[in-house]
Design a protein around this ligand. Structure first.
Ligand SMILES: [Zn+2]
Length: 288
């Protein structure tokens, strides 16, 4: 009887095996979240920092523990590593002098992958991200970015708000991701998001508006895990516009999406974090 209980309580063994293994020409580094396999020590450390950022964001904004997981080059087989979740990151080949992407990109991409893996998967091929609305896929990834990325997005949001160049919510909630439109359908991959020159003139406003909508909803609901509620609403096909309007009504925002556009613009101009990000950005541009 007792023995049977002990067997039932035994943890799954696969989780214990999720450690990075040395491979020829690659550096393996164990971390608190699992580990990293990278072309060299410097990129292993940068990837480890990105993994820490992503794990903390998953806990804070989605209420999810995504560890254990590995960050490893495309070529490494996830199954052989014994990890429930492996993030395949195409590091440049060892020895090449490639410019590393900015530090917000890797946690952003882990956010996309974690959202697909843990919350709303992709069930058809020809779409950006998963079955969630494109703006929600993007909002989760943006929430995973590091502090440098957050500050840049907020400065961008403030700039767009001041110019009345944000994307109106009625359009944002219905639109296909501008980078997906620009890349053309059936390319078989999701665009990386700000890895290079935007493929669409709508892209900068799209990212700025999605970040701003996230901050605005967290502030209005007082719930840092509002993304989790949005995912539940999306999964159960609750109309998102009504869902949002119901949650901001007690602040006097609404009752239409056009009223929320006005409220979000005011938020980007008045919120202290947005003001600080905008001021820091202005100082940087004046110093150049
Ligand atoms: Zn993205």
């Amino acid at each position: 009887m007792m023995l049977a209980s002990l067997i039932l309580l035994a943890p799954p063994t696969a989780v214990v095996a999720c450690r990075p293994q040395d491979r020829p020409g690659l550096v393996a580094q164990a971390t608190a979240f699992g580990g990293v396999v990278a072309p060299d020590r410097a990129r292993a450390q940068a990837a480890a920092a990105a993994g820490d950022t992503a794990r903390a964001a998953a806990a804070r904004y989605l209420g999810l523990e995504i560890a254990p997981f590995l960050i490893a080059p495309d070529a490494v087989s996830p199954r052989r590593l014994g990890c429930p979740f492996v993030f395949a990151w195409p590091f440049a080949e060892p020895g090449t002098v490639g410019r590393s992407p900015p530090s917000h990109v890797l946690p952003h991409e882990i956010g996309h992958a974690a959202f697909l893996h843990f919350l709303i998967p992709r069930t058809v091929d020809d779409e950006y991200g998963g079955d969630a609305p494109d703006w929600l896929d993007e909002m989760v990834a943006i929430a995973f970015e590091d502090s440098v990325g957050v500050a840049n997005r907020r400065a961008d949001g403030r700039r767009h708000a001041e110019r009345h160049a944000l994307i109106p919510l009625r359009r944002l909630l219905a639109m296909t991701h501008p980078e997906w439109v620009a890349a053309g359908p059936s390319t078989g991959q999701s665009p990386g998001g700000n890895l290079g020159v935007p493929g669409s003139p709508d892209t900068p406003a799209y990212y700025a508006t999605v970040r701003l909508l996230f901050d605005y909803l967290v502030a209005r609901t007082g719930n840092p895990q509002v993304l989790r509620d949005l995912a539940d609403a999306a999964r159960t096909k609750v109309p998102i516009d009504r869902w949002m309007l119901a949650r901001v009504a007690r602040f006097g925002d609404g009752p239409t999406l056009e009223d929320l556009d006005v409220a979000m613009t005011a938020f980007a101009i008045g919120d202290p974090a947005y003001r600080a990000a905008g001021d820091a950005d202005l100082r940087r541009s004046q110093a150049r």
